[in-house]
Write a protein that binds this ligand. Structure first.
Ligand SMILES: *[C@@H]1O[C@H](CO)[C@@H](O)[C@H](O)[C@H]1NC(C)=O
Ligand SMILES: *[C@@H]1O[C@H](CO)[C@@H](O)[C@H](O)[C@H]1NC(C)=O
Ligand SMILES: *[C@@H]1O[C@H](CO)[C@@H](O)[C@H](O)[C@H]1NC(C)=O
Ligand SMILES: *[C@@H]1O[C@H](CO)[C@@H](O)[C@H](O)[C@H]1NC(C)=O
Length: 436
């Protein structure tokens, strides 16, 4: 009897040892996600596994989005999901003080005593209300060179949106992945789950056929052939807009979006005259410059747009480039004749966003300024945002492609690479072949 009990204890011990060997506690330094470009909407899409059993969920990348939201009305099946109960630590982490009930059969998105948030479709500017829930998400770690072991966050916080909120998103998308500056944005939750640096980087592809990449955590970020693009970045402070820019918000909420301090703009190294007060926030949080992945092209307040495009037209005219009829949504188009080609795209005047000092600027070259609309017409990829937009300059996706942008939340600064084409690589050059 005693010996069989001893044997049982011994075997249990063995089982627990072998179990702990079967699941080594691997702690990643960084995670990696593929990002594609949707040809019809020009949105950037990512996908990763979620729920139990795991399914791959496609999401539109929203750089300034507050959190991850998905459609819970249709097809949300998971045995591991749970609602965040009112006044729980999850609700306070998410900054939610609301508390709701639901009068139909319980399912994801319909629970009693659950706190809620406002999932926001930032493409259409539509928000609704939805439950805060938690569920499993699983994605690939990386050493910076290749994807490594798959890691899991068992209680990732997300918000339930509705089927109607998907309107305007790329086909197949089930929600949006918010990388914004909140405690439940993807970067902060992943950093907290694995205790790594509160940094992430986006590298958007210019091709609709090859994936770009998002890294969570610090570099190296290595592109083929062996180029660590986390090196030699230019740094500029990130600013917080004290007034939320979301489609729905409560008074006192700050914006989750990433703002930078553009002080002036130069075209072909010549300063353009602008109304400087548009470049900072007024008391209502209007003005300033933000970076967005949901705007396909840079949008500028009308007087800024006019000043920049006039300077650009003047410069191209002196280069004997012929202006042709505009092709919507652009206002300035030129004939491709007489335009040379360089490593960084068409040889057109550079556009510099001058930052904290004259020597710190984000230079936009032809590859990021000129959009080829037909065989012989190129258009300046900037759009007139009207006379009183919420934000004076919104740097859009086309201007971000094949540039690495690293957001450091702890020290509130942006590191940017300028065009990677100079370094003879692109954002679609991460080696997604797993070596695990
Ligand atoms: C919430 O509580 C009400 C009243 O007790 C009940 O009728 C309803 O079915 C509950 N809803 C859910 C989703 O459990
Ligand atoms: C500059 O912009 C501010 C903010 O929109 C506006 O109030 C002011 O009138 C503008 N100044 C000029 C000279 O246009
Ligand atoms: C532009 O064209 C004119 C007339 O054809 C020519 O004289 C001039 O040299 C050209 N300028 C440049 C910069 O190519
Ligand atoms: C990509 O990574 C895989 C796995 O490490 C490796 O076998 C392959 O050679 C790499 N591809 C290139 C082009 O370097």
């Amino acid at each position: 009897m005693a010996s069989s009990l001893q044997f049982l204890v011994f075997s249990l011990l063995l089982i627990s040892i072998s179990l702990s060997h079967a699941q080594p506690s691997f702690r990643p330094d960084a995670l990696v996600l593929p990002v594609s470009k949707d040809a019809s909407t020009l949105q950037y899409l990512t996908h990763f596994n979620q729920r139990t059993p795991l399914v791959s969920v496609s999401l539109v990348v929203d750089l300034g989005g507050q959190f991850l939201w998905v459609d819970c009305d249709q097809g949300y099946i998971s045995s591991s999901y749970s609602p965040a109960r009112c006044r729980s630590t999850q609700c306070s982490l998410a900054g939610s003080t609301s508390c709701g009930n639901c009068f139909s059969a319980p399912r994801p998105g319909c629970n009693n005593n659950t706190c809620g948030l406002s999932p926001d479709n930032s493409v259409t500017g539509t928000a609704t209300s939805g439950d805060l829930i938690q569920d499993v998400v699983s994605l690939q770690s990386t050493d910076g060179n290749n994807p490594g072991p798959i890691v899991t966050v068992p209680r990732f916080l997300l918000t339930c949106g509705s089927t109607f909120l998907l309107e305007g998103l790329a086909s197949g998308a089930k929600g949006m992945a918010g990388l914004g500056r909140t405690r439940i944005g993807l970067p902060s939750q992943f950093a907290a789950a694995f205790s790594f640096h509160r940094k992430f980087a986006i590298c958007l592809t210019s091709s609709t056929r090859a994936n770009g990449v998002i890294f969570f955590g610090d570099g190296p970020y290595v592109m083929l052939l062996n180029k660590d693009v986390s090196q030699s970045l230019i740094y500029t402070p990130l600013f917080i807009n004290p007034v939320s820019t979301a489609s729905a918000y409560s008074q006192g909420d700050a914006s989750a979006e990433y703002f930078i301090g553009v002080k002036s703009i130069k075209v072909n190294e010549k300063r353009v005259s602008l109304n400087a007060s548009l470049l900072s926030f007024d008391s209502e949080g209007v003005g300033g410059t933000k970076i967005s992945t949901v705007n396909p092209y840079t949008v500028m307040e009308t007087t800024i747009y006019n000043a920049v495009t006039e300077a650009f037209i003047k410069e191209v005219t002196s280069m004997n480039i012929t202006r042709v009829a505009a092709v919507a949504p652009f206002g300035v188009c030129v004939s491709v004749k007489n335009i040379g080609v360089t490593r960084v795209g068409y040889a057109v005047p550079s556009i510099d966003l001058v930052l904290q000092s004259e020597s710190v600027y984000w230079r936009i070259f032809g590859a990021n300024s000129m959009v080829q609309v037909s065989d012989d017409v190129l258009c300046l990829g900037f759009i007139d945002g009207g006379l009183s937009p919420r934000t004076s300059i919104v740097i859009g996706g086309y201007q971000l492609e094949d540039n690495l942008l690293q957001f450091d939340l702890a020290s509130s600064r942006l590191g940017f690479s300028s065009s990677l084409l100079f370094r003879q690589t692109t954002c679609s050059n991460f080696n997604f072949t797993s070596n695990a």
